[in-house]
Design a protein around this ligand. Structure first.
Ligand SMILES: [Zn+2]
Length: 400
């Protein structure tokens, strides 16, 4: 730890993007914002900080989308099977993004997609309805993979306790299921939805349309950690056998290279707008938004299928000071749906709202008492972000 970074390796000085409402505390993005020093109206240099996702958004404006679509068609033609076989895997849960991706690949571009779902921890009613409508109304084929509930629960609990990251086992499983199914069905193309650069994730890697394949192959099992515990320790201390961890373990050898499986983001090839995906999914796959606002945010249609998701965002609020409204508002500002001032007001109003609606179910799921939940939360609350006051904690630096 240096004197300049916090316990999560994040800068001690909190700064906000001047275009959206994201701060420099977001992990997996460049920690340093780009500083440009344009002169203001009276000729004084002003420093502007812009986050990776906003930088990418600027680049998006100059992309020749017609040319990109031609590249897409060329890619699809290379993989098109024109037989009864599937020719592309689309991972997702039937939310607006995966619903859009699979449907447009099939009905506009003539592909034969197999959609693949890693089940949510606990489906919400609306999430289960949207998931089923994806096939029933959207006219798509799907494989639903539901992991061993006892093991998944235990790993989620460990991930909450050790990392304050209850979503980590889900993310690992969800990332691995598509290549595993692609390999089994001999489908050499996997199409994700939005380009991860939309969220400011390691932008330099994601300018290129392919995904980092190293995640999917691992040489030594001892390098595998789940919920902050090494696989070796898990095998020693938990009741599950090695073969029960199969769905969380990447390929042992470079099978993906041998089978020439490619990863692409549709968001690289066609201009991505989450709200347009929502309209498209509403029209074509029977997708419905929630009837009520999502706790911790103001939106009704983003990531609404899993009851545990609310606590994923609550834990990012604790660790990084970034809650769900910040993610939603940043994206909508970039897509010109709201202004930055409106975004700031929404963040200040909703970002710190506690998601009490599914709190009991979350505690039951991770097998925690309420008091242990709060003790764990406090262990992970960084001092450079939070100040203790009479009525609880307050962010030291809020967006204004
Ligand atoms: Zn930004």
């Amino acid at each position: 730890m240096t004197n300049k970074t916090s316990r999560y390796g994040l800068p001690l000085k909190v700064e906000f993007c001047s275009k959206c409402v994201m701060s420099n505390q977001k992990p997996n993005s460049s920690v340093e914002f780009t500083s440009s020093s344009p002169k203001n109206k009276i000729g004084i240099n002003i420093e502007k900080k812009i986050c990776d996702a906003c930088k990418y958004n600027e680049i998006k404006k100059s992309i020749d989308w017609e040319k990109r679509e031609k590249e897409l068609i060329k890619l699809l033609d290379k993989h098109r099977k024109n037989s009864s076989a599937y020719d592309v895997v689309v991972p997702g849960s039937g939310g607006k993004d995966s619903a859009f991706t699979a449907h447009i690949l099939k009905y506009k571009y003539g592909m034969n997609p197999l959609t693949v779902t890693w089940a949510p921890h606990l489906f919400t009613d609306i999430g289960f309805k949207n998931f089923n409508n994806w096939m029933r109304i959207g006219g798509l084929d799907n494989l639903l993979f539901t992991p061993n509930g006892l093991l998944h629960k235990r790993l989620t609990s460990l991930a909450f306790k050790n990392l304050l990251h209850p979503f980590q086992p889900f993310i690992i499983g969800q990332k691995l299921i598509a290549p595993k199914i692609a390999e089994k069905f001999n489908i050499p193309l996997i199409m994700y939805g939005e380009n991860q650069a939309e969220y400011g994730n390691k932008i330099s890697e994601n300018y290129v349309p392919k995904m980092d394949e190293s995640f999917f192959s691992i040489k030594k099992k001892k390098d595998i950690f789940l919920g902050g515990v090494s696989l070796e320790e898990l095998l020693k201390n938990e009741k599950f056998k090695l073969n029960e961890y199969e769905s969380y373990i990447p390929f042992g050898t470079n099978i993906l290279k041998q089978k020439e499986i490619e990863f692409h983001y549709l968001g690289y090839y066609i201009k991505w707008d989450p709200q347009e995906c929502y309209y498209y999914a509403y029209e074509n796959t029977g997708f419905s938004p929630n009837i009520e606002r999502t706790q911790g945010s103001y939106s009704k249609y983003s990531s609404i299928d899993d009851k545990i998701d609310y606590f994923h965002y609550y834990t990012t609020l604790i660790k990084f000071g970034i809650g769900r409204a910040t993610y939603d508002a940043s994206q909508e500002i970039r897509n010109n749906k709201i202004t930055r001032d409106e975004g700031i007001a929404l963040v200040n109003r909703f970002d710190q709202e506690f998601p009490d609606k599914y709190f009991r179910e979350f505690l039951d799921y991770i097998d925690f008492t309420e008091s242990n939940f709060w003790k764990t939360i406090e262990k992970f609350r960084p001092k450079h972000l939070w100040k203790k006051e009479k009525n609880g904690y307050r962010l030291k630096k809020k967006i204004r």
